[in-house]
Ligand binder design. Structure first.
Ligand SMILES: C[S@@+](CC[C@H](N)C(=O)[O-])C[C@H]1O[C@@H](n2cnc3c(N)ncnc32)[C@H](O)[C@@H]1O
Length: 354
């Protein structure tokens, strides 16, 4: 059990390695990170068997930027037939489980294995139940089996409350037909990731106001309107008619980098494709000056050193808030719907709801 296995967006394996190696060094967990390009996974091999558990106990999964899912465990070779007996034998060293997910990598090879996993899931589940390994108790850890082929699986375990919300970290969100653009799912996913579901009514409520910088055609504005908010949409481009007809949207043709609301608003969201340092500076101004209480902003990533660049930007934002003496919680994640970018969520903790 000396391996921490992580899923990620294909092409971001190096970022996962840098990020986990950084945390492991800080936490004094000896080991090394490794990954092959475009495999959509990376792993951290610990020198001690307890290393992966220590990492998982001391890190919050939601606070990692590039990993989409994680599990501690080991690789197991499977025979052509009776894979279940081999798996059950291997599971002797594992705890009891409250749930089981079968996962594949987010690659073309992985997608081809999905059918195999679907067929394998029911007999495996039954065998685990019969052997007493799977119990109906959500407090127990989750068994995560990541299949690399029908003959090779990573047999992993993760705490259900400290790992991805969805198998492989891929959200099952339905594209709303009335939304004007697909990027609407990015903001919806951000809310699932950054705001606990039980707080949605309080933090995304219909009596709130929002500003959407770089709003056209309105996928993000749509999400704010769907929650009942009054939205100021800033963009030189046209907004979808359907949104304007709701009467909840004011469209201003202005520059998102200079616009400031006359009255503070609850939410600011920004999806302008710009140099990340400019978008990061926007965050500092809006949250720092109290122009909004919460914000979701996309940061486009450079071609190289992407983890280092994100860290540098986050540190700079944090230092800015420290200098102003304001208390802001900062989250950052490469969401499933993000491409060459990450999504930041910020919340002023010292301003109460108006
Ligand atoms: C990726 S699109 C936004 C898509 C939108 N979030 C949606 O879901 O439909 C980026 C938008 O930013 C706008 N934009 C670019 N620079 C801008 C600026 N300086 N001020 C305001 N909008 C800007 C563009 O016109 C474009 O409509």
């Amino acid at each position: 059990m000396n391996t921490l296995f992580m899923h990620c967006r294909p092409g971001f394996e190096g970022e996962v390695c840098s990020e986990i190696a950084d945390h492991a060094a800080r936490l004094g967990v000896a080991g090394y990170a490794r990954a092959k390009p475009q495999t959509a996974c990376a792993e951290f091999i610990c020198h001690e068997p307890a290393g992966p558990l220590r990492l998982m106990e001391q890190l919050r999964f939601a606070q990692l930027i590039f990993p989409r899912q994680w599990a501690r465990g080991s690789h197991v070779e499977l025979p052509e037939t009776d894979r279940i007996s081999v798996l059950l034998a291997q599971l002797q060293d594992y705890p009891l489980f409250g749930s089981v997910w079968l996962e594949v990598m987010d690659t073309n090879d992985g997608k081809e294995l999905s059918n195999f996993c679907k067929k394998f899931e029911t007999p495996l589940r039954k065998a685990l139940e019969k052997a007493g390994r799977l119990q109906d108790n959500p407090a127990l850890p989750r068994l995560l089996l990541t299949f690399k082929s029908g003959r090779e699986v990573f047999l992993g375990v993760a705490e259900a409350d400290n790992s991805a919300m969805w198998p492989m970290g891929i959200p099952r969100l339905k594209f709303p037909r009335e939304a004007p653009s697909r990027s609407t799912l990015k903001l919806e996913e951000a809310w699932h990731h950054f705001i606990p579901r039980e707080q949605w009514d309080e933090r995304l409520s219909g009596d709130m106001t929002g500003v959407d910088l770089g709003a056209a055609p309105g996928g993000w504005t749509y999400q704010l309107v769907r929650r009942g908010m009054l939205v100021t949409a800033i963009d030189n481009g046209p907004m979808a008619e359907s949104l304007m007809e709701t009467g909840l949207v004011q469209h201003l043709m202005a520059d998102g980098f200079t616009y400031k609301p006359k009255q503070p608003v609850d939410w600011m969201v920004c999806d302008i494709v710009e140099k990340p340092a400019r978008n990061a500076a926007l965050l500092e101004t809006w949250l720092g000056e109290g122009l909004c209480r919460e914000a979701v902003v996309n940061l486009k990533l450079p071609m190289k050193q992407r983890y280092a660049e994100v860290q540098r930007l986050l540190e700079r934002i944090e230092e800015g808030f420290e200098a102003r003496g304001v208390n802001v919680a900062i989250g950052c994640k490469q969401l499933y719907h993000d491409r060459e970018e990450v999504t930041c969520h910020l919340r002023r903790l010292d301003i109460k709801k108006r």
